[in-house]
Design a protein around this ligand. Structure first.
Ligand code: NAP
Ligand code: F7E
Length: 346
């Protein structure tokens, strides 16, 4: 059997770490692009890393930045991947209002740099673009592959641009390039400033007596929250089809931020109303009110279906935060033992 080689941009992020685990489990050689920082930013994948001098090493990391097209091209030439999973980007919606230009550069143009590098190197590789439900923005739910985009943030606008560049390269050059339009997906590895992780951390810390309140913004927004480890499986399946296409990935059920907060605090044995305060700094100039994905196409063609619900996710995330406070931080390796079916049973 031929061993496939994958290149993951954003391997140090939440999704990159789960995807790297999945691909290594599936026998791939995995290369990841890591941006240089003055502190280590590889904590989500440290448990996967082996000394590159060991003969059975299948994970390789390379420095690179999405804003550096020359480096992206050089890495593609060097790695010669069969599949490219493009997950890197400035992914925070609120921050995109503060940094619209950088967000456009990294999250929007970064995709073009990769597509153009694939085209000019002539590699016959398959390309996955991490598109987002934020592209639907103000479009009423349920949102599916044919729903018209109405993005409500510089992040959403950048993702719409990248979505169309991916489709354009598919149509113009016959490239195997797909858009995975993923609705919100969370886990204990979620970045600490996204609302689910922020709330789960606060619930655990309040229980431990380390803080008393948490400041939040809009509690009325509704999101379709799923579990990240299950969503990366859908990414992989999208690149295993005969023909390239675009797919919505979602649970089909939405909860308000208030409901998710309530679930986290109840799981920790707390009444959220005693601990949640409002701070307008967490509001966005334009908000996305209600996202509910219709993933029936993915179920029909990819055979993909989520199993973890948002209330279960709230429990998983609060438990992980409490475990991290009890001892040394929850080892990432331990988290990987949560297979989706195990999680449902917990
Ligand atoms: P994340 O945790 O924020 O990870 C983003 C990754 O991109 C990190 O590895 C980050 O590196 C890297 N990165 C950022 N700017 C970069 C640059 N200029 N050059 C190179 N690398 C850069 O995001 P995620 O939740 O895993 O999401 C993965 C992708 O899916 C993102 O494109 C996101 O926009 C998209 N998406 C996410 C969701 C969701 O609910 N999670 C839904 C739909 C789409 P550092 O580790 O150094 O910061
Ligand atoms: O906000 C509200 C906030 O930042 C969710 C990214 O992965 O998913 C994510 O974007 C909701 C919003 O995620 C706070 O106003 C209230 O309505 O966790 P979030 P997001 O904006 O939905 C999409 C699909 C992506 O593609 C993105 O990359 O929660 N909210 N209070 C708050 N949000 C935050 N962050 N912090 C608060 O204190």
């Amino acid at each position: 059997m031929t061993v496939k080689t994958a290149l993951i941009t954003g391997i140090t992020g939440q999704d990159g770490s789960y995807l790297a685990e999945l691909l290594l489990r599936n026998g791939y050689v995995v290369h990841g692009i890591v941006r240089r920082a003055s502190t280590f930013n590889t904590h989500r994948i440290d448990h996967l890393y082996r000394d590159p001098h060991e003969p059975d090493t299948r994970l390789f990391l390379h420095y690179g930045d999405l804003t550096d097209g020359t480096r992206i091209s050089a890495l593609l030439e060097k790695v010669q991947p069969d599949e490219v999973y493009h997950l890197a980007g400035q992914s925070h919606v609120r921050v995109s209002f503060d940094e619209p230009e950088f967000t456009g550069d990294a999250t929007g143009l970064g995709t073009t740099r990769l597509l153009e590098a694939i085209r000019t190197t002539g590699l016959p590789c398959r390309f996955y673009q991490a598109s987002s439900s934020e592209m639907f923005g103000a479009a009423p739910p349920p949102q599916h592959e044919e729903t018209r985009f109405h993005p409500r943030s510089p992040y959403g606008v950048a993702k719409v641009y990248a979505y169309w560049m991916t489709r354009n390269y598919r149509e113009a050059y016959g490239m195997y390039a797909v858009n995975g339009i993923l609705f919100n997906h969370e886990s204990p590895r979620r970045g600490p400033t996204f609302v689910t992780r922020k709330v789960a951390t606060a619930a655990a810390r309040i229980t431990a007596g380390l803080q008393d309140v948490v400041y939040l913004g809009n509690l009325d927004a509704r999101r379709d929250w799923g579990y990240a480890a299950e969503y990366v499986e859908a990414m992989w399946r999208m690149l295993q089809q005969d023909d390239p296409d675009d797919y919505v990935i979602a649970t089909g059920v939405s909860y308000s931020v208030r409901e998710f907060v309530e679930q986290c605090f109840a799981h920790a044995g707390l009444d959220w109303r005693d601990h949640v305060r409002f701070d307008e700094r967490y509001l966005r100039p334009t908000e996305v009110d209600n996202l509910v994905g219709d993933a029936s196409k993915a179920e029909r063609i990819l055979g993909w279906r989520p199993t973890v619900t948002a209330p279960q996710l709230a429990g998983i995330m609060v438990d992980a935060e409490m475990a991290a406070l009890r001892g040394p931080a929850v080892p990432t390796e331990e988290m990987t033992k949560f297979s989706p079916s195990v999680l449902v049973a917990q």
